[in-house]
Design a binder for this molecule. Structure first.
Ligand code: CIR
Length: 256
């Protein structure tokens, strides 16, 4: 069973951080409806969803993925690069504490969950504007003794590594090769997104099912061609805050 920790959209979401995108009008009512659809989709895929209340003082708090990285052995609280996002961590740590021992990344490391891509026992860490080399090294220290092989991947054209690519099961990473150094991926198979769908690489894997954002039909065909069952959900309003699908949940295996 997969547990998905989610958090409702902040009423102040339109004040979100933006790095690679221009600010557009963001309708928080539409964003909240899309978030509800996302939660429904996760439930439809068999996840048990925990819905945390919104954080009115943290516009980006819906993007819970960035505050932690969870494996079966441990939950590691990250250290977001922007001070404004660090206050999101307390409530996430409290939500994770019943399930995992907690570790915390300390400065000068900065690292955000959107830059951490696990494929089995390999953990790829995006070196980006949000995750620095100290962040990478901190992850090696935290995970090496559990037998995880942690390696860097250079992020070149987007916010986080997982904006560019995500694991869609069986060691396959769905990726936009324009946005990260794909030669840094070792030991995985790459499936490129359709070149006309640059944002399609951010997919959520629940067991053996894949959730894609609506509107990426050509990439969807590529994923289905691999035999995956694909679900879709609307993500346009959340995308205006530079967030994708993975950002909106922290997934963990229920470990007995
Ligand atoms: C930020 O800039 O931090 C938010 N507006 C978007 C975070 C998206 N998170 C993710 O890709 N994991």
């Amino acid at each position: 069973m997969i547990i998905a920790i989610t958090r409702q959209v902040s009423p102040d979401m339109s004040a979100c951080l933006l790095t690679h995108m221009e600010r557009e009008h963001l309708d928080t009512v539409v964003a909240a409806a899309q978030h509800d659809a996302y939660v429904d989709a996760l439930e439809g895929m068999g996840a048990e969803v925990i819905r945390l209340p919104p954080e009115p003082d943290h516009p980006d708090a819906v993007f819970v993925e960035d505050t932690a990285f969870v494996v079966d052995e441990v939950a590691i609280m990250t250290r977001p690069a922007t001070e404004s996002r660090r206050g999101e961590r307390g409530s996430i740590e409290a939500a994770l504490a019943p399930y995992r021992p907690i570790r915390r990344i300390e400065g000068p490391a900065t690292i955000e969950g959107g830059d951490i891509l696990r494929v089995g026992r390999r953990v790829f860490v995006g070196v980006s504007t949000r995750t620095n080399r100290d962040g990478l090294e901190a992850m090696v220290r935290e995970l090496d003794h559990f037998g995880y092989d942690v390696r860097p991947v250079r992020v070149t054209g987007c916010l986080h590594l997982k904006t560019a690519g995500t694991h869609i099961g069986d060691g396959v990473v769905l990726v936009n090769p324009e946005w990260c150094a794909t030669e840094d991926f070792e030991g995985v198979q790459l499936l490129h997104v359709d070149p006309d769908e640059p944002w399609a690489g951010n997919a959520v894997l629940v067991e053996d099912q894949v959730l894609l954002a609506e509107g990426f039909d050509r990439t969807r065909e590529r994923v289905e061609h691999l035999g995956r069952r694909v679900h879709v959900t609307p993500g346009t309003e959340l995308a205006k805050a530079e967030g994708g699908l993975t950002c909106c949940s922290l997934l963990l295996n229920r470990v007995e």
